[in-house]
Design a protein around this ligand. Sequence first.
Ligand code: UDP
Length: 235
Amino acid sequence: MFKRVLLKLSGEFLAGENGFGISPETTAGLARRIIGALDGTDVELAVVIGGGNLWRGARNGQGMDPATADYIGMLGTVMNAMALQDAMEAAGKPTRIMSAIHMQQVAEPYIRRRAMRHLEKGRVVIFGGGNGAPFFTTDTTSTLRALEIGADVVLMAKNAVDGVYDSDPRKNPDAKKYDQLTHMDVVERRLEVMDATALTLCMDKGLPIVVFDIFEEGNLARLFRGERVGTLIQS
Ligand code: UDP
């Protein structure tokens, strides 16, 4: 049974059918799924939300100063955090957004000890603004915040991929799924789990990762209860 978890959500999970922007309906569905899974457990939940549905520095910012392009991406994650907060609170769960970039009208500044206090009080903490530094992704934010708040695990939510495979299961019907791996396996086999910086940090600190399909019914609830779902990566 996990006590405290860090859930990484891609920005794309909030997008509507066209894969871009924020769909209130899609976001509400995701929030209900997460809050429903928490129901009846004592799990403390922190969330890192990406921004890929709005802006990715390297992709959308071509021709721009790369740091500026990344800052735009970080601001996008705060927009997503606000949409997710709205939807989670509509689903009945108190939440707090803590942003690595100060914007106090919409989010608390990130203060580690305060984040932990919110979690102890049963609030879902949504981390916005990435690390507050360019040249990173929200994968690194997930690892960093998970370590800071003493999370037991980073849950890497995927859409329609239920773990780590030896090749892309959407392209190769014979792709083999791994139930368990070490961090070193992931590095050596160049498996797609999270970006290299984030993965190295998990490996150095011995932080377990679970890669799972968040859109498969019941998966998240099973994970919160401590059952095996998807692929577990640990040292
Ligand atoms: N970003 C950044 N520093 C961070 C986190 C994010 O510069 O610590 C920027 C970066 O440009 C990235 C964008 O924010 O492309 C959106 O985040 P990400 O690509 O991780 O979102 P996801 O793919 O998870 O939706």
